[in-house]
Design a protein around this ligand. Structure first.
Ligand code: AMP
Ligand code: GLY
Length: 423
């Protein structure tokens, strides 16, 4: 079977490594992939947003199955385009990917179907948004409607901060058309949990829960990033919380999408806040999370390719999805300066014995060597029986991966371990 994976980050590397465990996956291509993924798949320089290029490539290579991983191609309709060419895909069609592509859509969906989320207002006019802020409670949260490279959300502690965010999004058009509308919503408090779930539009099977660490600095300080590390499972996601989420969030969301004629097939990501009033949705993503995938898939015992095909073919309820007990930690090694400006082109050395546990995000090949090419360079993971051991092992491994200007957070998993100790 020839498989195409669209995307080129650590998440895609984790997906590809897992797909390779199935002997039916005789050949895997990645578009565009990266210098590290090139060790596990054949990469070609076609961007993930180049739908025509992707379809042409898939036809030329006789692709049997495609996995579309990133948000941009999903929201643009990459699955629709590949399906139109007769290629079955893992991932939602465009009309379902809107659950991530438009925050306004997802907020109205939740409101209509009574799915718990922060109270909100929508604005398409900056003057109205600014005047609303004169009396809005603070802290408050300002969100651009569309995709914004994960940077479209401002948690504003003061009204001035909120006003500045509105102006940047709506007047300066910092995120282009993604900012023609905004959501201003209630500030929620509580631990955050990420839950990725397989769904074929009817059955929904949550994966092991995880926790992202979004800020660049230790102790959740500094600017927001694409994610500096993850752990799984998330100790705040107790069995009771999981039951509530299934009943009040996961099933209602999948049913709501079907009722709207937007059946969702693929991986649906629930970004949750466990508030005093119970779990609430902060955001939906129409795809696997990054770097959540790097800790979730290593704990998946069942075969990923089998599950993905069951999702595509609408027979998830008959497909086993089992996770092994134990925990996993991923520490992201970044280039110093990220998420701001950073230098690149430095040679990376990864000891052979940990290569299987490394997922490469921002690295290229130069003269046969792996060199840094992005802000988040790679994720180093470890699994163990306990979270404490997984964290210690991931850090011991991280130390052995070398490149100039390397930096990483020293406290991935610290909050989770504290919670486990009851502190
Ligand atoms: P997002 O880019 O949608 O993942 O949001 C980035 C981060 O903003 C989330 O991970 C939360 O920490 C925070 N956030 C988003 N919405 C809210 C909210 N309503 N209340 C508090 N924090 C929020
Ligand atoms: N880690 C958050 C995301 O994938 O959006």
């Amino acid at each position: 079977m020839k498989i195409l994976v669209v995307g080129g980050g650590g998440r895609e590397h984790a997906i590809i490594k897992k797909l390779k465990e199935n002997p039916a996956a005789e050949k895997i291509y990645a578009l565009p992939g990266n210098g590290g993924i090139a060790e596990d798949a054949e990469c070609a320089a076609i961007g993930a947003k180049d739908l025509e290029g992707i379809v042409r490539f898939a036809r030329e290579k006789g692709i049997d199955y495609a996995v579309v991983a990133p948000d941009d191609p999903l929201v643009l309709g990459c699955v629709d385009a590949l399906e139109a060419a007769g290629i079955p895909c893992f991932g939602p069609r465009r009309n379902a990917a809107i659950i991530e592509g438009s925050k306004v859509f997802s907020k109205f969906l939740m409101k209509k179907y009574g799915i718990p989320t922060a109270a909100f207002e929508v604005f398409d006019d900056p003057a109205a948004a600014l005047s609303y802020l004169d009396s809005a409670p603070v802290p408050t949260v300002v969100k651009a409607d569309g995709l914004a490279l994960g940077k479209g959300v401002t948690v504003a502690m003061t009204r001035d901060e909120a006003r500045a965010a509105v102006r940047e999004i709506m007047e300066d058009r910092k995120f282009g058309d993604s900012g023609s509308r905004i959501v201003i919503e209630e500030y929620l408090e509580g631990p955050e949990v990420s839950v990725l779930a397989f769904t074929d539009g009817e059955t929904v099977v949550p994966m092991v829960s995880s926790m992202d660490h979004k800020r660049a600095g230790d102790g959740d300080t500094g600017p927001n990033t694409g994610g500096m590390g993850t752990i799984a499972p998330n100790p705040f996601y107790t069995e009771a919380v999981a039951d509530t989420c299934m009943r009040t969030i996961f099933l209602p969301t999948v049913r709501a999408m079907r009722a709207e004629g937007r059946e969702f097939r693929g991986c649906l990501y629930f970004g949750l806040m466990i508030t005093r009033d119970g779990p609430k949705v902060i955001e939906y993503n129409c795809r696997f999370g990054d770097p959540e995938t790097q800790v979730v898939l290593p704990l998946l015992e069942s075969d990923l390719l089998d599950i993905m095909r069951a999702v595509t073919e609408g027979r998830l309820k008959d497909c086993p999805v089992r996770f092994r007990p134990g925990a996993c930690c991923c520490v992201v090694l970044a280039s110093r300066g990220y998420p701001g400006a950073y230098e690149k082109g430095f040679e990376i050395t990864v000891p052979a014995e940990i290569r299987d546990a490394v997922y490469v995000a921002g690295a290229a090949r130069r003269d046969g060597k792996l060199v840094t090419s992005g802000g988040r360079v790679l994720g180093v993971t470890a699994t163990a029986d306990t979270l404490e051991d997984a964290v210690a092992k991931a850090y011991a491994r991280a130390e052995t991966v070398r490149f100039e200007n390397r930096f990483y957070r020293r406290d991935i998993g610290a909050r989770a371990l504290k919670a486990l100790r009851g502190e």
